[in-house]
Design a protein around this ligand. Sequence first.
Ligand SMILES: [Zn+2]
Length: 461
Amino acid sequence: MEQLHCHVKQYAWGKFGEESEVARLFADGHEHFTIDKNAPYAELWMGTHPDGPAQLKKCLTKLSTHLAKNPSPLITNNNSSKNIHLPFIMKIMSIRTTLSLQVHPTKEQAKRLHERDPVHYPDRNHKPELAYALTRFELLCGFRPSNEILDNLKAFPSLRLLFGGEKMVQKLETVIIQNTSQSIKCRQALAACFKYMMMIQNSEVKGLVFKLLEELSNGVRGAVQENTVEVIRKMSIDFPNDIGIFSPLFLNHMILEPGQCCYYAAEELHAYLSGECVECVGCSNNTIRAAMTPKFIDREALCEVLNYKMTEPEDYLVHPTQLTDCVAEFAPDCKDFQLHKINVEIDQQPENSQLPALECASILVITSGSASIEERTQNDEFVSKYDIKRGDIFYIPSKQSIRIVNVIEPIEAYRTFSYEIGPDHESRIITTPSISSAAVEKSQKTSEKVIKLDEIDVAIA
Ligand SMILES: [Zn+2]
């Protein structure tokens, strides 16, 4: 078991200063770090991805290098690699404003995109995503059920124009009425309207957004609830005249309460709106963006990749299985990651505070409490004992037996793991600044394990 020094991303959409759980949690686990109240803290990355690699706290060696030197059959994809990657990144996210409207490619699509444009699609891996709500957490995810899309097309003349005008919209309406919404015909008709919308000139969008806001002010609602109207209005302030302002009319608006969890694979259009979550993603940074971002937008690739599935928001929820008194498992239909939520109370019997001994590597983050961890071999031989507290992050090798004992304050923790082999990022082009080797060298030379955040990451989303 190794304690990790992890990575914070200061994307512009993150919450500021102490308001950000990312900043607070990072500060609690990295003692020399102070929070800048004027800076955004968006994501805490816990994984080996080259854009934000974790290091062993004791020596600042990258976790990926440590894994290459200490191979395990389940995480080794190439014995000669200098870096071995975990198949997932676990993140904490603190979201102040809407992230871009986006989709992630499948592995096959990622390969094609990477060959075509290695700068904007820097790796060949897919990026399924799971979000576990730490606070009330809002997102847009997947196309609404077809009857809701039809209701909104009927109610909002601005949406009819955006979807290609009367002829195209009537075709979509007829196809949806005559076929099941999952049929190829329905998806093709939706794809045609969506592509029309994506290729519309910016000069036309301004007038359509004005029309939409006017319709909402006049009380037009269709299938849209009041809290979704608020989202549209906020988007129109944060991203004036952006085509993404229309997206809540055709995407599911999901509001997760703390403890709820959702998952979506590749090909699903989505955008995080607000709140804080634990996120598990595939070990990739491939994102195809459509709107609401100053970053690279690639609408042609986005239209190619989407699955145009119209479905209920409940289809994206992941329900937990309680494995023991202390451990609930969130296991989506995905090999890249599974999530354990761990709660250990003060009076928990030690024999009940055992975490499952996994046959694969995992990462554990403590989000509240303080206690000790006992590490034992599979044969129950004592290996070591650590004091743990909120903010601490650990890499746990395969087959390690872990027990949380001496609980002073109740422990809440999250553990991500996978039985997959991680991707090969050796030939990858690194496009965003990662931890500066200068900062590492400096701190190693001075044997001072202090790294300033501004030296770690200056990526702007
Ligand atoms: Zn995403």
